[in-house]
Design a protein around this ligand. Structure first.
Ligand code: 5AD
Ligand code: SF4
Length: 487
């Protein structure tokens, strides 16, 4: 496997792909007498969200507009950006693909493309080839920059095009038109892939080996985002702390460079591996006001034996030391984690160690997963797979504790007035807004009438404000606006 950087030729191919498709869709639209639309369906993590912003950007450059209907099939080009980690993503995909058979019969011009991590699992690709011949294009996440070329070829040749590569491409963000979904938040991948091969995880197979973007390119992109008025940047990678740019540049250098742009109210990052998190990064989190006071550090298990079987090279003692160090240095900081329940061979004792470790680390929130075997990973072939009823029972016990800890974490905010970056109207109701503290706590708040602020739905997005917190819920807190900042 080799890492291939995009070249001038790729750029030319990309542009001619876009231009040819623009012509094609323009004439198809003229024939149909309406604007053509696209729908990109995104499953999984923020890296997929970032990829989808690029897919949308490319489709827009081809002259398509985003479909408004909200129905899956209400578009002329439908792209599934799949995930192989989240539960049930595969059932969603194949269920939906099945339903599209009638749509394709009704309108032969509709295009269906499938990409994302699931396409790096050969069984999934074989299933599409065999049972869903009307899918037009199948490609893998490493080849995002080749999407216009592949789509053009699939349309031209009028037969299913499956293009999965074993190479690890790296295309800088500047390669793409990007349709950023949030007005205030920019997702900025700084590296791709993963070298860790945790024994349960499909990511190293799906996303290839670690490769870092060019440091100067990232800083240039950050400068551009600051100029455009973005208030929050989210630095992304499977394992951001192992970023290695040219000239020995590390993740700490990226974090400093991002926080140097004072117009960013929040610099966030995801995810960190305990083995790579440096003290330097924790010190930056403590000292720089616009770097989030929130660390997402996956623990996975509290048992040294299970961690070893998972190929996670740290002990639970070491993990708790890092957690302690973070709590000591980053005043009021929040610590969140991922935990897997029911890994092969997990005994009741191992699980009890996980519960103990969760209490000790006092996580502010935890993403909890029931272990599920992923074909192609080492753990899928381990003996001692745990029966589902035991997994479900343990999962219930774990989430009871993590939910309580999350509510306690929220309760500690009650009575305080906190700075909140407004994300928009809350799901709770149309006069309620939502946003996040710098510790990543979710805040829903109302605006008292006497303040005389009557914002339109999007007016406040990206603004900083102060909110008095008056109530804790399991996953959020409620409050009232005290004042908008920057007026
Ligand atoms: N089963 C259950 N959870 C998994 N994760 C990754 N692979 C699996 C799997 N096979 C979880 C890990 C990881 C998070 C993103 O998903 O906890 O940190
Ligand atoms: Fe998967 Fe482990 Fe890499 Fe995370 S660090 S992406 S869990 S292999």
């Amino acid at each position: 496997m080799t890492v291939i950087k995009t070249t001038d030729k790729d750029r030319l191919d990309f542009e001619s792909g876009i231009n040819e498709l623009k012509e094609y869709f323009a004439s198809l639209g003229a024939r149909k007498g309406r604007a053509l639309t696209y729908n990109v369906l995104t499953y999984g993590c923020q890296l997929n969200e970032s990829d989808s912003e690029k897919l949308s950007g490319m489709l827009m450059s081809m002259g398509l507009v985003q479909s408004k209907g909200g129905e899956l099939d209400d578009a002329d080009v439908i792209v599934f950006n799949t995930c192989s980690i989240r539960e049930n993503a595969d059932r969603h995909l194949f269920g939906n693909l099945g339903a599209f058979k009638t749509l394709k019969k009704k309108d032969r011009d509709v295009i269906i493309a499938v990409c994302g991590c699931m396409m790096k699992v050969p069984e999934n690709v074989a299933r599409i080839k065999k049972s869903y011949p009307y899918v037009d294009l199948v490609f893998d996440p490493q080849q995002l920059h080749r999407f216009p070329v592949l789509l053009r070829d699939a349309i031209r040749d009028k037969k299913q095009l499956v293009n999965i590569t074993a190479d690890d491409y790296i295309a800088e963000d500047s390669f793409f038109p990007i349709d950023r979904k949030r007005k205030f938040r920019a997702l900025v991948p700084i590296m791709y892939g993963c070298n860790n091969f945790c024994s349960y995880c499909i990511v190293p197979y799906a996303r290839g080996r670690e490769r870092s973007r060019d440091f100067d390119e990232i800083v240039r992109e950050l400068g551009d985002l600051a100029k455009k008025g973005y208030k929050e940047v989210m630095l992304l990678g499977q394992n951001v702390n192992s970023y290695r740019g040219g000239d020995g540049k590390s993740f700490a250098d990226i974090l400093r460079a991002a926080s140097d742009f004072e117009s960013f109210s929040r610099v966030r990052f995801m995810s960190s591996h305990p083995k790579d998190l440096s003290d330097e990064v924790i010190d930056i989190m403590a000292s720089r006001p616009n770097v989030e006071k929130h660390l997402h550090l996956a623990m996975q298990s509290g048992s040294d034996k299970v961690l070893k079987d998972m190929n996670r090279p740290y002990t639970i003692g070491r993990f708790l030391e890092i957690a302690d160090n973070f709590r000591k240095k980053v005043d009021g900081g929040s610590l969140t984690t991922d935990i897997i329940v029911g890994f092969p061979g997990e005994t009741e004792e191992d699980f009890a160690d996980t519960l103990k470790a969760v209490e000790k680390a006092r996580f502010d929130a935890a993403f909890t997963f029931q272990y599920s075997a992923r074909p192609g990973t080492k753990a899928a072939a381990f003996p001692d797979q745990i029966p589902q009823d035991i997994v479900t029972e343990r999962f219930g016990r774990l989430t009871e504790i993590t939910n309580r800890l999350a509510e306690e974490s929220n309760s500690r905010l009650v009575g305080r007035t906190m700075e909140v970056l407004i994300e928009g109207i809350s799901k709770a109701g149309d006069r309620t807004f939502s946003g996040r503290t710098i510790t990543n706590h979710l805040v829903n708040f109302t605006i008292p009438e006497e303040l005389g602020i009557d914002p339109g739905p999007d007016m406040l997005e990206g603004r900083l404000c102060e909110v008095r917190i008056d109530r804790a819920r399991p996953y959020s807190v409620d409050g009232e606006l005290v004042r908008l900042k920057g007026d």
